[in-house]
Design a protein around this ligand. Sequence first.
Ligand SMILES: NC(=O)c1ccc[n+]([C@@H]2O[C@H](COP(=O)([O-])OP(=O)(O)OC[C@H]3O[C@@H](n4cnc5c(N)ncnc54)[C@H](OP(=O)(O)O)[C@@H]3O)[C@@H](O)[C@H]2O)c1
Length: 281
Amino acid sequence: MKILLTGHKGQLGRALVPLLAQHQVVGFDLPTHDITDRAGVLALVRDFHPDLILHPAALTNVDGCARDPAAAYRVNGMGTQNLALAAAAVGAELLTVSTNEVFDGRATEPYHEWAQRNPSNAYGRSKLAGEWYTQHLLTRFYIVRTAWLYAPGGRNFPHRIIQLADERGALQVVTDEVGNPTYVADLAQAIVALIETHAYGIYHLVNAGAASRHEFAQEILRLSGRADTPVEPITLAEFQRASTPPPYAPLANNAGAALGIRLRPWQESLADFLERTGYTK
Ligand SMILES: NC(=O)c1ccc[n+]([C@@H]2O[C@H](COP(=O)([O-])OP(=O)(O)OC[C@H]3O[C@@H](n4cnc5c(N)ncnc54)[C@H](OP(=O)(O)O)[C@@H]3O)[C@@H](O)[C@H]2O)c1
């Protein structure tokens, strides 16, 4: 297949590149390529004529999105619109990567693929716009929602927790935000399996099981040999930040599982990640 891969320098993009070695891949990332440049996107897509546009690129700094919702909408909403229009122009498939933050987090059980979307922050609203353009401008699309990604070398939660534990020796972490910690290496494998199926639709691809940020932090510290670092439980209300995350927003993988695409339990993946990145003491 000929694949245009947006955001190939990001956490997920970097993990996808080696798994797509048997395909002809062109990367599309800042600063040389910008998904908000409608004419540039269309020209490149017309020239390369991909079979599939694989689209993880996004403004992923949720607090930055809260401070500048227009920029979030421009990149995550209209950038995705540009890719969907270009895909339509050449008859390509589009796979848009989305987020559990399209849900408001007031559920009592993990969100199914068919659950009602109702984002409560600027990042979630901008990603919902990206989903909307994908869904309404194309018939051959995948929307892959995921959550709480971490990868080697990324700006992510395990990295931050270990850094703070080593610098400060004690942490405060929220108990009332629940999601699915997801190892990017596992997600990338699942996406590569999904694009082979041509079973277009909406997917929830996350590592199995859910955790609060506090439980996630404790497991990071335990598995990395830092179990003696005290972690004080606090609430979202006590933790000042620009964006308000959905409090309970784990995703349930039904559609992927029906195709045999399942990610392993998050604790197993986290142990693997910490081992591979040399974070274990
Ligand atoms: N990270 C998470 O916890 C998480 C959770 C749920 C869903 N997701 C979704 O999963 C996807 C991948 O996330 P990730 O963690 O791999 O993101 P990431 O590491 O932030 O990578 C995103 C990439 O997109 C690039 N990009 C940003 N704006 C662009 C533009 N206008 N044109 C072209 N490229 C642009 C970024 O470049 P710069 O670095 O130069 O900005 C970066 O290389 C995203 O769609 C995200 O919304 C992520």
